[in-house]
Design a protein. Sequence first.
Length: 241
Amino acid sequence: MRRIFIPRHRITSHSAPLAEGERHYLLDVLRLSPGAELEVFDGEGGSYSARLFVGEGGVGLGLGPRREVPAPRACVQLAFALARGDRCDLVVQKAVELGVVRLSPCVAERSLMRLDAARGEARVRRWQRIAAEAARQCGRSDLPVVDSPAPLAHVLERVPEGFCKILFHEDGGHRLGDLVDRSAAGYLALVGPEGGFTLGEVEMCLAAGARMATLGPRVLRFETAGIVATALLQHLAGDLG
């Protein structure tokens, strides 16, 4: 079934108008005709059966009743250090497929990328688009929050109460299975840049209540570490496997 994201505020009880980009995607890219059936998701956990129509007001979608789609079982927030190129794009895409509920890019001391406010917000909009497309493809009906890049200290300060904070570190730590607490409200996974977090950053995380975990004896690339950490948390505490 073809799926498309329509923000909930644009959805009425029975229909949803199409923006120009959505119209182009359905009519020109997918080449759908009036009467074609598809699925709409609203980014807030709702899904609708839909049918394409053309009326006096233009092209739109007729909708069936809203259905609640279960959110990922484990509430995982992934905090990842900024990296150059499109490597963060891959982390965002795969983390959404694996069920993260929040993505928190952070500025670490060894980050090779620095973004001013304007570039940071442009990058957030790009990641939001990537997240929406990943959710569409993997069948999610909720969209994760994508935070603006912030210093590591700010990320730690804003963690919700009751979250289990786990710092993934290449210099060793506990087995992840020994740190997962199924009674926790959620999990904050902290993944550093190439070269890892500095000693001062590690001490900051530990002082904030984080516990250090290892991903094994091999040194993983930045993007691999973020994806593996998310997958393992969803496997141990969520609905993966």
